[in-house]
Design a protein around this ligand. Structure first.
Ligand code: ARG
Length: 261
């Protein structure tokens, strides 16, 4: 995670960002810290990335890389405003025993890549349509040596895969079908007949932008209905208030880069 020390909305690269509405910086920090302590209280180790001035979106740490079993596929951001973040993430992995691969193609890390460790022996779900170049899906498959399933996002409000689909445990997912092309919807229904299905309201509340440890599902407080859905599916919802991070177009998952050593 990366503290929102320099978080602002000073450019708009997704439909949620409104540069005319100021961000409450101290509230953003307080809410972010509550997310950090919530994860720590659930028993997870949280490493911190140093925030850098001039990179207001660094708080969305999920976008900087994607790791699977010790191999890290680095990010290359779509927008120049975020380009320098990739280097900061690369620095984090340097020397940590990770096998780091620099990307040739545009991709936004865990924003558009998700991992299911048990499904089909370990598979990657990957989004494209707004940020990540589909060529990066093939590149990720070569780097990570896992099957990569390409899914086409069609709604600009859900510009990253992690706003429309979430991994709940080793093999189960939740998703909002309306964010995907009809063909991708068909593919998801075929591979994940037991998925938790979210509706547009759940997705707009950033209810799919969650982090799950397979038992606890940490999600935005606004996503009340989504919390009920994951509870009905056998998980324990843990709500965290992240109103300020939503102003930048993100929530729980965007703020957490999961490490798979
Ligand atoms: N303002 C950031 C952007 O548009 C938000 C990134 C949200 N992160 C995420 N994993 N969806 O790039």
């Amino acid at each position: 995670m990366c503290p929102p020390d320099h978080f602002t909305v000073e450019y708009a690269i997704n439909p949620w960002m409104d540069t005319t509405v100021p961000v409450d910086a101290s509230l953003a920090l307080k809410q972010w810290d509550m997310l950090r302590t919530t994860l720590a209280d659930l028993g997870h180790t949280v490493h911190l990335l140093s925030p850098e001035p001039g990179l207001p979106d660094m708080v969305y740490a999920a976008n900087g890389a994607f790791s699977v079993d010790g191999t890290v596929y680095g990010a290359q951001f779509r927008h120049p405003q975020r380009a320098a973040e990739a280097l900061a993430h690369r620095g984090f992995y340097a020397g940590g025993g990770w096998d780091f691969a620099s990307p040739v193609h545009v991709n936004e890390g865990e924003g558009d890549f998700a991992y299911l460790p048990v499904a089909y022996g370990g598979m990657v779900l990957a989004g494209y349509g707004f940020r990540t170049d589909p060529a990066a899906h093939a590149e990720a498959q070569e780097v990570l040596r896992r099957p990569v399933l390409s899914l086409k996002l069609v709604d600009p409000a859900f510009y990253h895969l992690d706003t429309a689909l979430a991994v709940l445990d080793d093999r189960h997912i939740a998703y909002y079908p309306g964010a995907f092309s009809p063909a991708s919807r068909r593919v998801l229904a075929q591979l994940f007949p037991d998925a938790v299905i979210a509706d547009r309201e759940d997705a707009e509340a950033f209810g799919l932008n969650l982090v799950s440890d397979g038992r606890h599902v940490v999600l935005n407080t606004e996503a009340v209905a989504m919390g009920d859905k994951v509870r009905a599916a056998g998980y324990l919802p843990v709500h965290v208030e992240l109103t300020e991070l939503k102003r930048g177009g993100g929530s729980v998952k965007c703020a957490v880069a999961e490490l798979r050593p």
